[in-house]
Design a protein around this ligand. Structure first.
Ligand SMILES: [Zn+2]
Length: 373
């Protein structure tokens, strides 16, 4: 299994893919070595459906093609009945193309505004407030990670953001785009496949965004940032505690800008929930949660969010070099491989020390101190 990036060579070793590439080479008259997977645009036909794009990752059974809009499309290789190379090299769609796609899909009554890396569609007269905030969050989040030694890359694609007029419209769309019903409490989401953010508008008394709408947007913007600047891979099996923990922590302006004392940068409601959870579950094991967090996220999502926030805030405040190392390990993983509890444990131990019980004790003291302030 191999991850293909723009600079990937052509040492292709998987049987299904080799078969496809060989047939493609025959069809389009190319020598094997001439195929640069990063720039080549192909069309795969599976079950009568044609999918076009460049290959971003593949296994023996699945290929992922990226459209020019940055949408990831899954193709089941067992059902591929045809492939051809399309003319020209892969090029991300222009800002204008993103704008017109959003208008076509979400209505011409709305307004589309562009700023920095963003293309934002929303209710007329309301989009500027969202666009300005997105641009500010992008710059402060960039500074935050750069200060901690991360080498980030600028997003290759325009970043699409859709602001629905109401929560009802938002929920209707969210329900129509997924196979299982979404929670009525859903306030926004970043969709890894389409690379888009979806939120809904809430007007504050003074015309701006309500505090809730503001923090919803920032939360999803941090997710989108992480998946577009090389920090996290959109296809990867990632620890949910870390993905959510980064967004929950960086929701706070002071954490992104590095301003204010530690106690002023605490998410007070998350800390209260965390301390309540710890007091009710004296045998709670942080190490077990970091290795396998799905159980708590499924059983009690607010408790899981509180622990995810608490763990990430602690690591950022006291172990940021080790957290940086852990994120780098995640970046190096094959995005199509499952991340097993055993691998998670050994990666955590290599970054935070073999004895994760010690980490938990220090974390407990840190959390108690925060609450005591
Ligand atoms: Zn989230």
């Amino acid at each position: 299994m191999k991850f293909l990036s723009r600079s990937a060579d052509s040492s292709i070793d998987q049987p299904a893919w080799r078969l496809i590439v060989l047939s493609a080479a025959i069809v389009i008259g190319l020598h094997h070595g001439a195929v640069n997977a990063g720039d080549v645009v192909v069309e795969l036909v599976a079950n009568g459906v044609a999918t076009q794009g460049r290959c971003v990752a593949y296994s023996e059974t699945v290929g992922w093609l990226e459209s020019q809009l940055g949408v990831y499309q899954r193709v089941d290789l067992a059902y591929v009945e045809g492939m051809r190379r399309l003319d020209g090299e892969y090029a991300p769609a222009s800002r204008q193309v993103h704008q017109s796609h959003l208008r076509d899909e979400f209505g011409r009554d709305g307004e589309v505004r562009t700023i920095g890396h963003y293309v934002v569609h929303g209710p007329k007269g309301r989009v500027k407030a969202y666009a300005d905030l997105l641009d500010e969050v992008y710059r402060s989040t960039w500074t935050y990670f750069s200060r901690r030694g991360f080498r980030l890359k600028q997003p290759e694609h325009q970043l699409d953001v859709v602001v629905f007029t109401s929560q009802a419209d938002f929920l209707e769309y969210a329900n129509s785009s997924t196979s299982k019903p979404v929670s009525l409490n859903l306030q926004g989401f970043y969709d890894r496949a389409s690379n888009r953010i979806y939120v809904y508008d809430e007007v504050a008394q003074e015309e701006g965004l309500t505090p809730q709408a503001r923090s919803n947007l920032i939360h999803e913007a941090v997710h989108q940032f992480c998946f577009n600047t090389g920090l996290l891979h959109r296809l990867a099996d990632l620890p949910v505690w870390l993905v959510e923990g980064l967004a929950l922590t960086l929701e706070h302006d002071g954490n992104r800008t590095g301003q204010g004392a530690r106690e002023d940068r605490v998410a007070v409601d998350r800390l209260t929930a965390l301390q309540q959870y710890r007091s009710q579950n004296p045998k709670f094991g942080l190490a077990e949660f970091l290795v396998a967090d799905k159980h708590l996220f499924d059983k009690s999502v607010l408790d899981a969010y509180a622990v995810a926030w608490g763990a990430t805030f602690y690591l950022m405040e006291t172990r940021s070099a080790d957290l940086t190392k852990y994120l780098r390990l995640l970046q190096e993983r094959d995005p199509l491989l499952a991340y097993t509890p055993g691998e998670r444990l050994s990666d955590l131990q290599s970054c935070f020390g073999r004895d994760l019980r010690t980490l938990e004790i220090h974390w407990g003291r840190f959390s108690d101190d925060l609450q005591g302030r």
